[in-house]
Write a protein that binds this ligand. Structure first.
Ligand code: CA
Length: 225
């Protein structure tokens, strides 16, 4: 649920905004006094700032929020002239509404800005590193195979990923052991055989006729392309 902070000293207006936004499913905090402090230190999804406030005015609050956050800011003012001032100062407010405004217009604008901001954040998220080969999808970031939480041990996962990233290439057990386990590791090349068996049990339909990781007799293994 989106959380909105209203910084407004007129109780009647603050209550009106709060009522309408709560009806639309938002979580609302109203603070006409220590709004600036809360805006800077707490997590909100949007700010609604009144311009005329008894202590620090809306211009200053807007400026200080922008120095720290990209959260959408909607400014509310009783004077049309102030709108020009908001624009002129380039404070980084996303929108402005003049009093008196219709509550449904306020709600519509809040929704639009939240949606726009979510899209913006969404497009910045880092994509997972995925290896996809012959119907097998290995998500290296989430460490999942085919989207399932099927339990692959760290080494099984690394071994499968390494083979899938180098398809049609035969690796000897020694090479795989060196690559996945380091030289200092306790164990030997039989470890590789055991791990291949475990991987096959998780990805193959029939482990006797492996379709993905082939055994090249006397040499090693190959991920079939
Ligand atoms: Ca005011």
């Amino acid at each position: 649920m989106s959380r909105i902070l209203i910084v407004e000293d007129e109780v009647a207006i603050a209550d009106l905004e709060k009522d309408y936004l709560e009806l639309s499913g938002f979580e609302i905090e109203n603070d006409g006094k220590s709004g600036l402090e809360r805006a800077l230190n707490e997590d909100f999804d949007l700010f609604i700032l009144d311009l005329m406030l008894p202590e620090v005015d809306g211009f200053e609050i807007c400026k200080q929020i922008r120095e720290k956050k990209n959260t959408p800011i909607l400014m509310v003012s009783a004077k049309k002239d102030d709108i020009d001032k908001i624009r002129g100062l380039g404070l980084g407010a996303d929108d402005y509404v003049t009093k008196p405004f219709s509550p449904s217009e306020l709600v519509a604008r809040v929704k639009a800005h939240l949606a726009r901001y979510e899209r913006l954040i969404g497009s910045n998220t880092v994509e997972n590193d995925i290896v996809e080969i012959r119907g097998i999808k290995i998500d290296k970031t989430a460490r999942r195979v085919n989207g399932e939480e099927r339990q692959f041990t760290t080494k099984e996962f690394d071994l499968l990923t390494f083979l899938a990233e180098n398809p049609n290439h035969v690796f000897t057990k020694e090479e795989l052991f060196r690559k996945i386990w380091d030289m200092e590791s306790i164990g030997d090349i039989a470890t590789v055989t055991v791990h291949i068996k475990k991987i096959r049990e998780k990805i193959e339909m029939n482990t006797n006729k492996p379709q993905y990781i082939e055994t090249i007799w006397g040499v090693g293994y190959r991920f079939k392309l």
